[in-house]
Design a protein around this ligand. Sequence first.
Ligand SMILES: Cc1cc2nc3c(=O)[nH]c(=O)nc-3n(C[C@H](O)[C@H](O)[C@H](O)COP(=O)(O)O)c2cc1C
Length: 290
Amino acid sequence: MNCKFGIVVAAAALALCACGNQEQSKVQPVAEAAKPAVSKSLVVYYSQTGATKKLAEIFQKAKNADVFELAMVTPYPSTYDSTIDAVAAQRQTKLWPALVNTKADLAKYDTVYLGYPIMFGSFAPPIYTFLASNDLSGKVVVPFCTYGSGGRKASAAELKTLEPNANVTLAYGISNKRITAENGAEVAAKEVEGFFADLAAGKTDEMLMGGYTEQRPLTAEDSAVFAAATKDYAYLKLAPLSVATQVVAGTNFLFVCTTSGFNRPPTETMVKIFKPLPGRGEPELIVMEK
Ligand SMILES: Cc1cc2nc3c(=O)[nH]c(=O)nc-3n(C[C@H](O)[C@H](O)[C@H](O)COP(=O)(O)O)c2cc1C
């Protein structure tokens, strides 16, 4: 494997392994019967291998929104390494890929749900093409994404910078592993419902961090939770330093860690892990981000 892209590459590898069935983007017909006469919101999304598409369908159904799927004129290659190379080249040159359907008729929408896979820590290149060709000024823009290990906050922050005249809200994100699991659609739909409640209540990321204990040294039980949730993420070379917890229906753990995968110097990161109530499943990594 080409390691020059560090965590990104590894996260992508994991994600791509998780969904062996590569499916290239297609322009989706909107389900006419399901739409109200006047729809005020639009789901715009790009998905290379289907995870974000699955999430977009959940947003579409929840909001009875219209859908605008971004499809590349020349789709990414079907192999992982070639996709990495193609995206790396696009990011380096900032020559964003041509889309089959570049311009959306945004005039009739006040809210745009913008969905993407995380690539190289932020949105996938087709989103840059979309942003360059459409005016989101004055729109409420709700970002949502799927990722290998993280990128939700960073991509939403970049979106705010690129679209200073849009009202970019809190973002929703879910890992590829969780949404492509057997019950992934159900899990994501439930979380998205909670996400909409947080949005309606005007919650920010900072507010969502409320209710945690202070950071403290790990106990043996914390270490066991961490080991169980990160067993598929060895390539990130995570070393937990301390932990805080939040009791929900189960327990959220926020580990302060160092990550040093691919011979990179250790950098500090946060790893959020959810441990369900006893008998309701194994601890799982929710996101890794600062
Ligand atoms: C070229 C490429 C770069 C990626 N970069 C990252 C990354 O930086 N961080 C991450 O967590 N996941 C990364 N991933 C994993 C994808 O975000 C993840 O597999 C996503 O769920 C794919 O969505 P899709 O099925 O809708 O295409 C990358 C995947 C690819 C192909």
